[in-house]
Design a protein around this ligand. Structure first.
Ligand SMILES: Cc1cc2nc3c(=O)[nH]c(=O)nc-3n(C[C@H](O)[C@H](O)[C@H](O)COP(=O)(O)OP(=O)(O)OC[C@H]3O[C@@H](n4cnc5c(N)ncnc54)[C@H](O)[C@@H]3O)c2cc1C
Length: 285
C-alpha cells in the first residue's frame, strides 16, 4: 500500500506537490474555497471567467520557464514577450495538475493531531478527515500560525517574520460597453464578451495595506453609471514582502512550502513553484 499525504491548500504549491508525488503516494488535497487556484484565482460572473488574482507570469528559472511552456502547449497560457498570460481561466494552471477525485473543497482545516506516527486532521467543525503519514501545509503564514498545531520553535520564528502586501480588487461589469478612467489603479484589464463587459482593477499596495475588509474598497470606486454592477475582493496576503531564505521546511513528516520560501520577493508565484518542486524531491528521496 502507498503511504498517504494530506496537502492543505490547492494553490500552485499544493497542486504542484500533488502532481509530482501522486504516482508514489495516495494524496488528498484539502481546500477551504470552492476549487483550485488559490491566488491564481478565477471568478465566475454570469458564466464568464474573470481572473482577479495573479494575471501574468514572468518566469526567470529554466525549470519554471519549462513549466510555463508545457502550459502553453496545452493552450492554458500564451507567451507575450517574456511573459505568459492566461488564455482564459488562470486557475486552470492548478486544475490541470491534479485529479478532481482527490480534491476536498469547502473544507477549512484548523487542527492536526500527531498520534502513532500519523497526522489526523480536523476541519473547523471538529470533523476528522482521516489520518495520513505525511502532512504538507501550503497556506499563507498567518493562516498557519492561527492553527492548532505544534511547530518547531525555529520554523515558528521564521514564519512569524514573513510579511505580505495586500491588493484590493474592484470588478465592474455590465451587459453594455462602458469606459472608466483607470489611471488611479496599479493594474486594470477590460474584457469584452458577447453582451458582457468587465473591468478588473487592482489598487496599489500602499492603499490596500490600510484596508481591513472588502467593504472599505467602496471609497475607491471610480465614477460609474448606476447600471454597472460591482464586486469587491480584498487579498490580505497577496504578495510577499519578505521571505525565508530556505527552499522549504520538512521535519518529522511535516512539510511547509509556498511563496515565502526563496531568495527574492519579486517573483512570488515562481517561489511557490520552486519551493513545492524542491519539497517534492526531498520527500521522494
Ligand atoms: C491580485 C494578485 C496579483 C498577483 N500578482 C502576481 C504577479 O504578478 N507575479 C507573481 O509572481 N505573483 C503574483 N501574485 C502572487 C501569487 O499569486 C502567489 O505567490 C501564488 O499564487 C501563491 O501560491 P501558493 O499555492 O503558494 O499559495 P495560495 O495560492 O495562497 O494557495 C493556498 C491555498 O490554501 C487555501 N487555504 C488557506 N487556508 C486553508 C485552510 N485552513 N484549510 C484549507 N485550505 C486553506 C487557500 O484558499 C488557497 O487556495 C499575485 C497575487 C494576487 C492576489
Amino acid at each position: 500500500m502507498n503511504k498517504s499525504i494530506a496537502i492543505i491548500g490547492a494553490g500552485l504549491s499544493g497542486c504542484n506537490l500533488y502532481n509530482k508525488l501522486s504516482s508514489t503516494y495516495d494524496i488528498k488535497i484539502f481546500e477551504k474555497s470552492r476549487g483550485t487556484g488559490g491566488r491564481c484565482s478565477t471568478k465566475y460572473i454570469n458564466n464568464h471567467q474573470i481572473n482577479h488574482g495573479t494575471n501574468k507570469i514572468t518566469p526567470k528559472s529554466q525549470e519554471f520557464i519549462k513549466f510555463c511552456e508545457d502550459l502553453t502547449s496545452k493552450n492554458i497560457l500564451q507567451k507575450q514577450n517574456n511573459e505568459y498570460l492566461p488564455i482564459n481561466a488562470i486557475n486552470k494552471i492548478c486544475k490541470t495538475l491534479i485529479h478532481p477525485n482527490d480534491l476536498i473543497t469547502n473544507t477549512r482545516i484548523t487542527r492536526y493531531a500527531q498520534e502513532n506516527n500519523k497526522w489526523t486532521i480536523y476541519d473547523e467543525n471538529q470533523k476528522s478527515h482521516g489520518s495520513f503519514d505525511k502532512l504538507i501545509l501550503t497556506i499563507p503564514t498567518p493562516q498557519i500560525l492561527e492553527m492548532d498545531i505544534e511547530l518547531p520553535h525555529d520554523i515558528k520564528l521564521d514564519l512569524q517574520k514573513v510579511q505580505y502586501n495586500a491588493i484590493g480588487v474592484i470588478m465592474l461589469y455590465s451587459n453594455k460597453p462602458f469606459n472608466i478612467n483607470t489611471s488611479d489603479y496599479k493594474y486594470s484589464s477590460y474584457k469584452k464578451f458577447e453582451n458582457f463587459y468587465v473591468y478588473t482593477l487592482h489598487l496599489n499596495e500602499s492603499i490596500s495595506n490600510k484596508l481591513s475588509s472588502k467593504e472599505d474598497l467602496q471609497k475607491y470606486l471610480p465614477n460609474i453609471d448606476s447600471t454597472i454592477k460591482v464586486l469587491y475582493h480584498l487579498w490580505k496576503y497577496a504578495l510577499i514582502s519578505s521571505t525565508i531564505n530556505k527552499d522549504f521546511f520538512y521535519e518529522d513528516n511535516l512539510g511547509i512550502s509556498s511563496d515565502y520560501f526563496g531568495k527574492s520577493t519579486n517573483n512570488s508565484l515562481e517561489n511557490s513553484y520552486m519551493s513545492s518542486s524542491a519539497l517534492a524531491k526531498k520527500i521522494e528521496q
